[in-house]
Design a binder for this molecule. Structure first.
Ligand SMILES: Cc1cc2nc3c(=O)[nH]c(=O)nc-3n(C[C@H](O)[C@H](O)[C@H](O)COP(=O)(O)O)c2cc1C
Length: 180
């Protein structure tokens, strides 16, 4: 199975990316193929609202670094999205990325990607209470669920807690990947 990960933190070894990569270590150990997109290193434009996708029943035609992503998405069995929390929400580039999935609904609002892509959300926030931004994370993941993806798990790292290789969150991350 192909598993796509879209990492949102500008910090390569930030908390959310570290946790996401631990999920992916499990995914790789389970024998799956991993494709990683690091949004901070990519040129990704916002949805232009042109509706070309709707009128022509195609993936987004913007010629930017998301171009190979659409093919991967149609081939994948799972999608992992990770993000730091900026200003009480998923970070801006990840929202820009999410908006581009407008093309996955046709003009009759029918989903035009295969149903059942497994979805994993990984988030990191300074606030120590994991409940504080759950509504925001659910809103974000909901856009993918509205495209017939199935939420497998959501990991929330809080309060700058150190992510040691044997801590509970990292063990949980690995096992989500391994059992995907
Ligand atoms: C611009 C900015 C805004 C932030 N806003 C919030 C916030 O509203 N609530 C919060 O809990 N943490 C906030 N943080 C803290 C980050 O979410 C936290 O440091 C997180 O662990 C970073 O994740 P990363 O290491 O994966 O990049 C903010 C950090 C930055 C840089």
């Amino acid at each position: 199975m192909k598993v796509i990960a879209v990492l949102g933190s500008p910090k390569e070894n930030g908390f959310s990316s570290t946790l996401a990569r631990e999920v992916l270590r499990g995914v790789a150990d389970a024998g799956h193929q991993v494709v990683i997109y690091e949004i901070n290193k990519m040129n990704v434009k916002g949805c232009q609202g042109c509706r070309y996708c709707k009128e022509n029943n195609v993936d987004c035609i913007i010629q930017d670094d998301l171009k190979p992503y659409w093919k991967d998405l149609h081939e994948c069995g799972a999608l992992l999205v990770s993000s730091p929390n900026y200003a009480a929400q998923v970070c801006g580039p990840m929202i820009t990325f999410m908006n581009r999935h407008y093309c996955l609904l046709d003009k009759n609002w029918k989903v035009r990607v295969h149903a059942g892509i497994k979805l994993i959300g990984v988030f990191s926030q300074g606030n120590g209470n994991p409940e504080t931004y759950v509504a925001q994370y659910n809103w974000y993941l909901g856009d993918f669920q509205n495209r017939a993806m199935v939420l497998v798990d959501k990991l929330i790292h809080t309060g700058n807690q150190l992510l040691t290789s044997d801590c509970e969150l990292m063990r949980c991350a690995y096992s989500i990947g391994k059992n995907l």
